[in-house]
Design a protein around this ligand. Structure first.
Ligand SMILES: NC(=O)c1ccc[n+]([C@@H]2O[C@H](COP(=O)([O-])OP(=O)(O)OC[C@H]3O[C@@H](n4cnc5c(N)ncnc54)[C@H](O)[C@@H]3O)[C@@H](O)[C@H]2O)c1
Length: 255
């Protein structure tokens, strides 16, 4: 379905870069941003899929081939966005990978990948975007963390993944202090389990039932639950909110 904003849309005219936007949560955020008036760059390592999804969304979405682990590619993307649009208003650091299972089953290679995508990726994007936003004297960054940052892992024993997301929490808080005086807000969303490609193989009916018992609201988060908060954080409706980590978790962290 093509996405067309209304004339009073809350993100009208905003230029957004969303990483990992060819699937799951990132794609839903892209759709919602366009519905609310934004022009969105869907950046993903899976370029054919990003292209397919950008075409589905319509004229206000463009696919970019970008591996967030490669700072040269990230900088080239920003150069191209500036050449095309002359500004970047919103960065959503969404691309991420999961590693699950008990602590001793993660290989060094898997650990390196976790750090490269979940941390170095966010580092590269923030380092490339921040100087532009500082020059503009405005900007808005949204990081996708996870409830596992607070629990030290999650329902599926993913302690090392949780550690990378805890670092995202620290980045978000610290950067809000450094970037606030330059007119830049930065917040993070901490979703609980969302049924996307990332976790679909791990969710047997038995595990699903077990995990669901930990949710006071009795269901998992949807991609839309996360995307709705991203729209709010990207918009002027949240103009005095920065350095916050907001859980979208149906009460899971309070159990
Ligand atoms: N699904 C969940 O339960 C859940 C819960 C909490 C947080 N999160 C976080 O939400 C974010 C999105 O996850 P999702 O569930 O939508 O997963 P997903 O696997 O559907 O999407 C991740 C996307 O990131 C892309 N990607 C991976 N490595 C990349 C790289 N190096 N450069 C560019 N793109 C890359 C993938 O191609 C994919 O399109 C992640 O940061 C994840 O950690 C997910």
């Amino acid at each position: 379905m093509q996405h067309t904003p209304s004339g009073n849309a809350i993100l009208l005219g905003k230029i957004a870069l969303i990483t990992g936007a060819s699937s799951g949560i990132g794609l839903q955020i892209a759709r919602q941003f366009v519905d609310h008036g934004s022009f969105v760059y869907l950046a993903d390592i899976d370029f054919p899929k990003a292209q397919e999804k950008a075409q589905e969304i319509g004229a206000n979405a463009v696919a970019v081939h970008m591996d967030i682990c490669d700072s040269t590619q990230v900088r080239a993307t920003l150069d191209e966005i500036m050449r095309q649009k002359g500004a970047i208003d919103i960065l959503v650091n969404n691309a991420g990978v999961l590693a699950q299972g008990p602590f001793d089953l993660l290989s060094e290679r898997e650990w390196d990948k976790l750090i490269a995508v979940n941390l170095t990726g966010a580092f590269n994007c923030i380092q490339a975007v921040a100087p532009i936003m500082i020059k503009q004297n405005h900007g808005n960054m949204i990081n996708i963390a996870s409830v596992s940052a607070f629990k030290g892992g999650g329902s599926m024993g993913n302690v090392w993944y949780g550690a990378t997301k805890a670092a995202i929490v620290a980045m978000t808080k610290g950067l809000s202090r450094e970037l606030g005086p330059q007119g830049i807000r930065i917040n993070a969303i901490a979703p609980s389990l969302v049924e996307t490609n990332m976790i679909k193989d791990a969710l047997t009916p038995r595990i699903k039932k077990q995990i669901l018992m930990q949710f006071p609201l009795g269901r998992f988060a949807t991609k839309m639950d996360v995307a709705d908060l991203a729209v709010f954080l990207a918009s002027g409706l949240s103009s005095f909110i920065t350095g916050q980590i907001i859980a979208v978790d149906g009460g899971y962290l309070n159990v």
